[in-house]
Design a protein around this ligand. Sequence first.
Ligand code: NDP
Length: 448
Amino acid sequence: MAIKSTYIQSVYDTVKKRNPGQLEFLQAAMEVLESLEPVIEKNPELRDAGILDRIVEPERQIIFRVPWMDDKGKVHVNRGFRIQFNSALGPYKGGLRFHPSVNISIIKFLGFEQIFKNSLTGLMMGGGKGGSDFDPKGKSDAEVMRFCQSFMSELFRHIGADTDVPAGDIGVGGREIGYMFGQWKKLTRLFNGVLTGKGLDFGGSLVRTEATGYGCVYFCNEMLKARKSSFDGKTVVISGSGNVAIYAHEKATQLGAKVVAMSDSNGYIYDKDGVNLQTIKRLKEVERKRIKEYVNEHKSAEYHEGCFDIWNVKCDIALPSATQNELDKKAAEVLVKNGCIAVAEGANMPCTPEAAEIFIKNKVSFGPGKAANAGGVATSGLEMSQNSQRLAWSFEEVDKKLHQIMVNIHTAASQAAEEYGTPGNLVNGANIAGFMKVARAMLAHGLI
Ligand code: NDP
């Protein structure tokens, strides 16, 4: 695909000039801008108000030093980020990623995607994202705690329950959120919903842990229903073995599917009898071990070095749930050749644009991340509601709401795709449906 409108091309050219070398951000901006061509043609007032020119520029970008000391007394310095991208629909909302690969481009791409994703949920949340190039892997609990405290010692002045509400992402789970919430409370003396993904004992929501994976499967199920199919009896491959991947496995299995492969950043396992979820949960959530340990306990399984080869495993449904650009054109061609009928992105932008194009061209149902993985932030939104009410809802209540939100997102994206002339193209549909609400709010707020 390529941009045809000279106006939209000029918006993209400015983004490119202003953000040299920020490849992930440019990739995300290009995808959204391409989808919005028919929208701008039909709604010229959006062009006159400079909505696109404004939406691609973050409202605020915060970069800070995070010094901390390891167990041996050695000083380390990491870099912290918080991108407050767009607050048209509510307080900035989006996770924190701790991974050595984190840089400004990755955080901006994630923050940009978050604007449209949060809009799709129907809840009042703006878009933001943050993180650090800190690697929690291999660190002691005490080291992780010292890092989180140092990180929050700067972040606290930029966030707030009605200003900006971070959550987890890669490398940030319940442990890290707990340490950061503790430091927030100490510094501000406020006990409120400033972070989501909190422990259940101090304001967390039931289903938040499961939400992204469950939501991705609920969304994929809607795509399957639209082609008169279901998860029942299907073979599924899920990349990653973190929060999203584990709970995508759990829900897909509950719906009658068999998950035969999962991965981590070193390699993947294939278990023809179905990957045992309890073993994965223990290895990853409790023992924090590598996925290759799985084969020591399950003789039916094989381990292969190299995480990206997981897409060679034959499947009906693929749920890429590890990281950005992990599924390229070649992998997409293999999946199509092997008869895959649906791909839903549990991760953010795991499929390259070329891979997404192959799926759409070959009539593989394709659910882009900003729609398919919106269940996590949606449930974070529900956690914020519960915190405001000082109440906690039951598992069934939250799960029901999450399910309904994912059904609504699928409907909204399908309808927008249809209305703007690309029926079935949920990439366009999600971008357009997410964008329209933000654009209307920005118009209403005037030039700010
Ligand atoms: P976790 O840290 O829990 O797990 C990440 C998984 O992906 C791990 O198995 C990890 O392997 C693997 N992985 C990470 N980086 C790479 C890499 N560069 N190459 C290969 N594999 C990698 O993160 P989550 O499950 O929370 O997040 C996964 C994806 O889902 C991310 O794209 C995130 O942005 C997205 N997402 C998460 C949400 C949430 O609620 N958690 C919400 C919406 C989207 P290893 O252990 O070896 O690093």
